[in-house]
Design a binder for this molecule. Sequence first.
Ligand SMILES: Nc1ncnc2c1ncn2[C@@H]1O[C@H](COP(=O)(O)OP(=O)(O)OP(=O)(O)O)[C@@H](O)[C@H]1O
Length: 644
Amino acid sequence: MMASPPLRKIRLCFLSYANLSRMAMEVAAEFEAVAEIEFVDRAFDDAVAQAREREQAKAVDAFVSAGSNAALLKAALGAPVATIKVTGYDILVALRAARQLDRRVAIITYGDTIAELDAARALLDIEIAQRAYRTLQDARIAFDELVAQGFRVFIGSSIVVELAEAAGLRGILAYSPASVRQGFQDAVELARAAQRDAARYDQLNGVLHNLQEAVLAVDVNGVVIALNTPMERVLGQLRATVMGQRLDEVHPLLSLTDTLASRAEERQRVTQIDRREWLVNRTLMRERGEVVGAMVTLYDATTIEQADTALRTQRRSRQHPSARWHFDQLQGDSVAFERARASARRFATSGKTILITGESGTGKELFAQAVHNASARSDRPFLAINCAAVPETLLESELFGYEEGAFSGSRKGGKVGLLEAAHTGTLFLDEIGDMPVLLQTRLLRVLQEREVVRVGGVMPVPVDVRVIAATNQPLDELVQSRRFRADLYYRLNILRLRLPPLRDRAADVQALAHAFVARSLRELGCRIPAQELLAPLAARLQAYRWPGNVRELENVCERMAVVFADRKQLSAAGYEDLAADCPELFVTAEGAGTAPGSAGVSAQAIADALAACNGSRAEAARRLGISRSTLWRRLKEGEAQAPG
Ligand SMILES: Nc1ncnc2c1ncn2[C@@H]1O[C@H](COP(=O)(O)OP(=O)(O)OP(=O)(O)O)[C@@H](O)[C@H]1O
């Protein structure tokens, strides 16, 4: 078994006038085994200076002194100070010795006079005069007065004995070897306790060392007992200089005095130190329920913000796909398309709000994704919502989130809205023209104030979101008819990206069709080359007006691939099937794509498609080559126009 290391001898320093020192030296021999004791014959300021030197050199574990010296040392030092106290028994012994010399005895004590002495006076049948002092000056004045009153025998501390002896009178030391012994014992105890504390503080420092946060701990007196390297950096001072100092003096902004006094902990107070923002926690340290100190922890606000973003991003990326599209992947090299792509690239880096306009199916969402991916926010969340496809009540809580209990059926803990979830990233608001006016007002506030208040909440949460809005409706007309707020319109319309309809960029049709057919054939495991399949259709593809734009072309191409994949080869019969499945390509030139409606699809065509798909709106929209929201809006328009 390994022997535990022998305890280091305790280093004590005894500070007093020579009289008491002489007595103490005799007693000190009893402590040889446990302590090394140094004797310093000094009093008052001299004594304090000597003690400070030793404390700074860490040469002493505890000091021992008496009377005024002890009081001064306690006030001036951080190290433990044991006081040798005069007991009633000590005074009695001294009085007995004094009585041998004179029947009139003067007692001069530090601090207060001793009330019980009046009883002793009668018992010992002597005249006793008492005085108390705090400073050397006081002691001298008291002594001179008593001398003037004819006293010749004095009982008191070393100073008093020295004064008496210097005046040729008799001085009797009030302290007994027993009280000096008690003083040494107290000092050894105090030093041991300080050693134990130091070991605990070492342990605490070890724990703090591994923390990234800046942490500092104080004892119940507000004296620094531990701190870590990040805290050294905040304070701009080394541990050695800060340890043992009062925190209020080291850095008043971090003070724990109020925390210790009120026992009230404090969390996440934003505090600026050296032009940096920190979140500051103040907590109490307890041992077996007793408060033994307090701790201040600083969290760097920037790091927290980054962690917050990482948390939101990672949570979100588990739930939603992020932006997939990049500018290079967008098909099309017509002049009109290249112009749009070049503008979008420029807009991407500006970081500003963008309004994308264009007919349904022209690729507005794709552009929004590509803008996000080409912006400084590319590694942050990209979230999208179609304002036309979500019912009004849901749209509000989707966008702004809600607090727990905001309405019946609200989720426990509330819900984070898209604006919050997209923090530091991009939010794509598709079909913004369909956003109800009330929500437009709320959105405007968010864009202006850069903070969100959840439904049923009061505390605003700061958000940094780039908004890209899209519409296939003429927003300026909606503004005129008061269905869209003018101020929101101007706020969104900072950078305008106009996406041309497919009919205005006929040069792109072939390339897009080739890409779509090739992809679909590949997915169907069909080896027919897309080029060959498309060759006989080139003129038709060019002639058609594509009211549903790229989405419609994509759907038609998918249908073509399905028809030929079934037959496994190109044949005239296949093209006949195609004429039945994709009638839009085979209509006469005059009729092609001229149907009215915002997306160019007639109400009759919608009704037919819905009937053919057993009322499935998703399927009908797919067949018509329009988005679900366009179909939805067209139906609403139809209802509004219907008589009755
Ligand atoms: N340039 C392009 N390259 C490749 N695919 C495209 C391109 N433009 C559009 N698409 C295809 O067309 C479809 C429609 O695009 P998107 O959803 O971006 O249109 P939109 O203008 O937002 O439509 P809506 O207004 O109806 O929501 C997408 O599924 C995409 O695959």
